[in-house]
Design a protein around this ligand. Sequence first.
Ligand SMILES: [Zn+2]
Length: 119
Amino acid sequence: MHELSIAQSLLDIIVDESNRHRLGRINKVRLRIGELAAVVPESLRFCFDLVSRDTAASGALLEIETVGVTARCDKCDFSFEVQDRVFECPKCGQPVFEMLSGRELYVMSIEGETGEEDG
Ligand SMILES: [Zn+2]
């Protein structure tokens, strides 16, 4: 399953980051995912729940922001948002192969708590 390997690498990134910031517990993770990354948010959440068990990220909320696909025409230099996966320049009708965004998968931010007791 595609999402399972993504969830696993996400977890690696998140655990790494949380160690760096000495977070004992992760509450929320904000992700930015391109439409063409072919990730189903529900499926990713499900897989993340599985792989994050017994880690600091267990039970963390995944906030997923989907990013539209943008492309640039190399003929007329026009940048536009791709609708319905039609990779064709709306200005001159050329097929467009250069994508500016749409495949990314970023961890935007991680919110959590340090493991320290609050007294
Ligand atoms: Zn064009």
